[in-house]
Design a binder for this molecule. Structure first.
Ligand code: FES
Length: 154
């Protein structure tokens, strides 16, 4: 499942990490970068690759919310609705995005372009409200700024 580049990275990491267990996070991250999510088959693969119980891998995937347990769209919009964002319009932002894309939180648009996820604090409270789109943060958002962002992504 890991491509050639990632298998090479893994070999380098094996020299740095003392236990197989400590390789779980980076290997899962590589899988997610390749496939966009961590499937049950991928968890089995990682279990065999690192010689760890699949229950360990499953526990890690389900503990850390940054691992996607189902496929996501080309753009994964993670909208923070925790306290600072909520007080600055995060919930309104979430509702606006969902309405505009015709989905509920947790859903993907039919064209597989957007997935909207409501998330807890992303550590950017001082620039609330904010969202994360794939690996990028968009901060101090207004509804107009979100509309502009979605237009660019279309
Ligand atoms: S509350 Fe939204 S980033 Fe912290």
């Amino acid at each position: 499942m890991l491509n050639e580049d990632n298998l090479k990275k893994l070999e380098t990491l094996r020299g740095r990490f003392q236990t197989s267990q400590s390789l779980t996070l980076p290997v899962l991250w590589m899988i997610q970068e390749q496939y966009g999510w961590i499937s049950p088959e991928a968890m089995e693969y990682v279990s065999h690759l690192l010689n760890l119980p699949v229950s360990h891998v499953y526990g890690v995937v389900t503990f850390y919310t940054m691992y996607n347990q189902k496929p996501v769209g080309k753009y994964h919009l993670q909208v923070c609705t925790n306290v600072s964002c909520m007080l600055n319009g995060g919930e309104e932002l979430r509702d606006h995005i969902c309405k505009r894309l015709g989905v509920s939180p947790g859903e993907t648009t039919q064209d597989k372009k957007f997935t909207v996820t409501e998330v807890e604090c992303l550590g950017s409270c001082g620039t609330a409200p904010m969202l994360q789109a794939n690996d990028d943060y968009y901060e101090n958002l207004s509804l107009a700024a979100v509309d502009e962002l979605l237009e660019k992504m279309k």
